[in-house]
Design a protein around this ligand. Structure first.
Ligand code: GAR
Length: 227
């Protein structure tokens, strides 16, 4: 078996990455990033928040933090293609370093421009309980219905499929006998709050590399050639 070679992902060389955060709902994931940046725990700048619904509470959180917002309402576009045309038109002039999916219900197409520059967090251990329709509390309901004893959180590079792409972090969370979708969500979200900023940090430091589909975390960023 030939071992695939290691492909490094440049990140921003340790500079604060300029982020676009895409969301559809409450925005607690966004809030965590805002809080971590304000506390100085995450060296990053949120350039823009884009919501796929006009009523997304995440927009309120963004406005409170003084972050530029756009709404690209998925419902007003007849196809994923047309929706992405509008989304990309918003993002292109901003030239962000990294797109952070934060409870984004719609498909974001990479279009050859964003490979390994889009992260997603999913509240389960992909490929289990993931894909279209597996969002927020629906995920935790499905986990409880299936009777599994562990679930967890995944942070991964997004590709053009829902909840799919090379996995950066996964961490298990126990499912307890008396869990409701809400109590399970809280336990999983506590892990999300820690892993998502950690992945952004490693990406910016250029410490994520790929060996085939496997993400390898480098002890330090590879040195750059001066030629
Ligand atoms: C988060 O738990 C996130 O993991 C999940 O949606 C929630 C968004 O919450 N994402 C997915 O299910 C992606 N398939 P928020 O709107 O409060 O940030």
């Amino acid at each position: 078996m030939t071992i695939p070679s290691l492909v490094t992902i440049p990140g921003t060389g340790g500079q604060a990455p300029r982020l676009a955060v895409l969301l559809s709902g409450g925005g607690s994931t966004l809030q965590n990033l805002i809080d971590q940046i304000q506390r100085g725990d995450l060296h990053a700048h949120i350039e823009v928040v884009v919501a796929s619904r006009r009523d997304a509470f995440g927009l309120v959180r963004a406005q409170r933090a003084g972050i530029r917002c756009h709404v690209v309402p998925r419902r007003e576009f007849s196809s994923v293609e047309a929706f992405n045309d509008a989304l990309h038109a918003v993002l292109e002039p901003l030239d962000v370093d990294l797109v952070v999916l934060a409870g984004f219900l719609s498909k974001f197409q990479l279009r050859g421009r964003y490979q390994y520059r889009v992260l997603n967090v999913h509240p389960a251990l992909i490929p289990a309980f993931s894909g279209q329709g597996f969002y927020g509390l629906h995920v935790h309901r499905a986990v409880l219905d299936a009777g599994v004893k562990v679930t967890g959180c995944t942070v991964h590079f997004a590709d053009d499929e829902y909840d799919h792409g090379p996995i950066i972090f996964q961490e298990c969370v126990p499912v307890l006998d008396d869990d409701t979708p809400e109590t399970l969500a809280l336990r999983v979200q506590a892990v999300e709050r820690r892993l998502y900023p950690a992945a952004i940090r490693l990406w910016a430091q250029g410490r994520l590399a790929l060996r085939g589909q496997r993400v390898v975390i480098l002890p330090s960023a590879p040195s750059r050639s001066l030629t």
